[in-house]
Ligand binder design. Structure first.
Ligand code: ZN
Length: 231
């Protein structure tokens, strides 16, 4: 079983973490955007066997789960990979934008593999190529440093970029991004698509075979196929 920890960055009340008012009158909170992608990713992965998910943020967005608490939860659970989902901002720079994938400055090689795979897939699906910052960045960020498993923090576009804001607010972008992450996670975890269930219809159970045969006869007369089995 592959254990995936997902952290949708921040919570509803984090000061300042929101889209710039001049670009989004609603000032959509960063957690809302992070959570939307995380939710979609969870739904997509629920269709696969061999993968378990732990959300380390508060999925109602009401509680401020600290970075420390998030990392401790993932470490304690024994996650195989830690994905932190964020949206970027750089104090009203407005120009440029794009996706940035962060790994720890001296991470194990697997973290860097995840980082480039996730970034490449995100670009393939969304086209939001990073041009404001180094798109494959290494930084001393708490979540990627303190986690015991490979970890990547994705900054999924800038909330103060004229180019990015209309895109990152769209449902389609969140869908594409979730799909991009899901593809990498499925491939690297070896998860397999769940089989579609098959529904059987039963019409009766009898202690005597003769009654079962009578019922089968009735079914056939009515135009239904059937057969008798024992339990
Ligand atoms: Zn953030």
């Amino acid at each position: 079983m592959f254990k995936l920890a997902i952290s949708a960055g921040h919570y509803l009340g984090t000061p300042g973490k929101r889209c710039d008012k001049s670009l989004d009158p609603n000032e959509t909170r960063e957690w809302v955007l992070n959570d939307r992608v995380a939710d979609k990713l969870e739904k997509m992965l629920a269709e696969y066997d061999g993968i378990e998910i732990l959300r380390v943020d508060d999925t109602t967005g009401k509680k401020n789960v600290t970075l420390d608490e998030r990392v401790i939860a993932a470490n304690k659970w024994g996650a195989d990979f830690y994905l932190s989902i964020h949206h970027n901002a750089a104090n009203k720079v407005f120009h440029g934008g794009g996706i940035v994938a962060y790994a720890y400055t001296s991470a194990r090689p697997t973290s860097y593999e995840w980082q480039s795979a996730l970034y490449a897939s995100a670009i393939k699906h969304t086209g939001l190529k990073g041009n404001r910052a180094n798109p494959l960045a290494r930084a001393n960020l708490f979540e990627v440093r303190e986690t015991k498993m490979p970890a990547v923090l994705m900054e999924c576009g800038f909330m103060d970029s004229t180019a990015d804001v209309p895109i990152i607010l769209s449902e389609e972008f969140a869908d594409d991004l979730a799909k991009a992450f899901a593809e990498v996670i499925i491939e690297r975890s070896g998860a397999t698509k769940k089989k579609e269930p098959i529904y059987k219809v039963q019409v009766g159970s009898f202690s005597k075979e003769v009654y079962a045969e009578e019922m089968l006869k009735k079914l056939k007369v009515a135009g239904f196929e059937g057969y008798i089995t024992t339990l």
